[in-house]
Design a protein around this ligand. Structure first.
Ligand code: 5RP
Length: 238
């Protein structure tokens, strides 16, 4: 599929989710990435026009915080009095979505805070273009595993025993690995044969040194899928 078409589909999905789901007064989690950014921009547009009021946002990354700053979207810590009781809704993107609405997330490295936002939210919406749909998670797009730097080799060994091919995520425009917003490294893993992603999500987090992993199989989202024919499919969690 052409890059321009994919860009357009990402924008459609982000906008549609905001137009259908976001109401004035909401405590709103805002995701990270090139699809979620369209949802952020739509919220900014609606606030500027007065169509939306009194939004208290939570930004899941520096990227999203900076976009909120540009657009005058008020954002708060999850520990603040504004958001401590939780979020009404989070809108985010994903790297892959399977038929049960299980996800891989973390292509942009923000998986830890994105998962915290998902669990803190009453409603959870994922926005994707149709190229993100897959039948099987874990054998295609690599699953990010956020690991404390001191445990890099030990965790790699355990992941390999579980059947994963492990690649340390390298930075661009900085020598060495990507360092997350929480001071950790990311190991991108891919399995050679099909695995059960919901079980693997739990198993990965039991390895000492793993902070979080990019399987999102527990908190099931509603998925907004932008199709190349210009339509939006809304797929409920089954
Ligand atoms: C960031 C994420 C993103 O939501 C995911 O990588 C999808 O990004 P994009 O919309 O740019 O394809 O999980 O950590």
């Amino acid at each position: 599929m052409e890059q321009d078409t994919i860009k357009l589909m990402k924008e459609m999905a982000g906008k549609a989710a905001v137009d259908n789901m976001v109401k004035s007064g909401m405590k709103l989690g805002l995701g990270t990435g090139s699809t979620a950014i369209h949802a952020v921009r739509r919220v900014g547009e609606l606030l500027a026009s007065g169509a939306l009021r009194d939004i208290c946002a939570f930004a899941t990354s520096f990227q999203t915080e900076i976009e909120c700053e540009k657009l005058n979207i008020p954002y708060f810590s999850l520990n603040s009095k504004e958001l401590a009781s939780g979020l009404d809704l989070t809108i985010d993107g994903a790297d892959e979505v399977d038929p049960l609405n299980c996800l891989i997330k973390g292509g942009g490295g923000a998986l830890l805070i994105e998962k915290i936002a998902a669990y803190a939210s009453t409603e959870y919406v994922i926005t994707v273009d149709e190229s993100k749909l897959t039948d099987q998670l874990g054998t295609g797009f690599p699953v990010p595993v956020e690991v404390i730097p001191a445990a890099r080799i030990q965790v790699t060994r355990v992941l390999e025993k579980l059947g994963a091919n492990v690649i340390l995520r390298e930075a661009i425009k900085k020598a060495g690995p990507v360092i997350t917003e929480h001071g950790n490294i990311i190991l991108d893993i891919r399995f050679g044969s099909p695995i059960k992603s919901s079980l693997m999500e739990t198993e990965l987090n039991q390895i000492p040194g793993v902070v979080e992993n990019g399987f999102f199989c527990v908190k099931k989202p509603v998925v907004y899928i932008a199709r190349s024919d210009g339509t939006i499919e809304t797929r409920l969690a089954s």
